[in-house]
Write a protein that binds this ligand. Structure first.
Ligand code: G3P
Length: 212
């Protein structure tokens, strides 16, 4: 399992990576736009920050331009790049072409049928929008169960995205997701529990340890 930070904000990403258990960075066009800076420079910075993967989503709208855009991203991020693609006929076609030489992740997946197509197109990951599915359509956790079921013998991994709480994160893994991408606030809540804090306070107050 890998846990990624879903952000394009340098400060958030630095803090997240500093936790020591984050495997990389997922971005999307909206997260990149929010930073209001040149995307190529920002991607270069993200590549310098992590030794893990950096997910970048193609925004071009023709086959040729998407391949060219992926190659530009590859020049910047080299083997750290995972190419995110829209789950459309064009996106899956580009995935088939690119997946022989770079990791691909069709994103905004909302159905088991799309997951099957992504698998056939050679995707290493699919990003399933869990909370959005719950809000807009059906139970996002049940959607993960169904997708995990149809991908049982596939090498394509489920990356649970659009996660809004630690509870939704653990339920996603239990439902069959292999990886998580979490926004900064959810990510920082993952290690918290009030009873753990109580125990830590008591150890500090009443306990003993090795002398300096
Ligand atoms: O990469 C963004 C994806 O995780 C969707 O998240 O919060 O827009 O539903 P959200």
């Amino acid at each position: 399992m890998s846990i990624y930070i879903d952000s394009a904000n340098i400060e958030e990403i630095k803090q997240a990576l500093d936790l020591g258990w984050i495997s990389g960075i997922t971005t999307n066009p909206l997260l990149l736009a929010k930073e209001g800076t040149e995307v190529s420079a920002l991607l270069k910075d993200l590549g310098h920050l992590t030794s893990g993967s950096v997910f970048y989503q193609l925004i071009s709208e023709t086959f040729k331009e998407m391949i060219e855009e992926a190659d530009r991203a590859l020049d910047i991020l080299e083997d750290k790049l995972v190419v995110k693609l829209p789950p459309t006929d064009l996106g899956f076609k580009v995935c088939s072409q690119l997946s022989t030489r770079v990791s691909c992740c069709p994103t905004a997946i909302y159905s088991p049928a799309q997951a099957l197509v992504a698998s056939e197109a050679g995707a290493q990951f699919i990003a399933v929008y869990v909370n959005r599915a719950t809000r807009l359509m059906v139970d996002g956790i049940q959607l993960l169960v169904d997708i995990a079921d149809v991908l049982t013998n596939s090498p394509t991994d489920i990356l649970a995205a659009s996660i809004k709480s630690p509870d939704e994160a653990f339920q996603s893994i239990r439902a069959g997701a292999k990886h998580l991408t979490l926004p900064f606030d959810t990510l920082t809540q993952m290690s918290d529990h009030p009873l753990s804090q109580e125990a830590v306070d008591q150890f500090k107050r009443d306990g003993a340890g090795l002398e300096k």
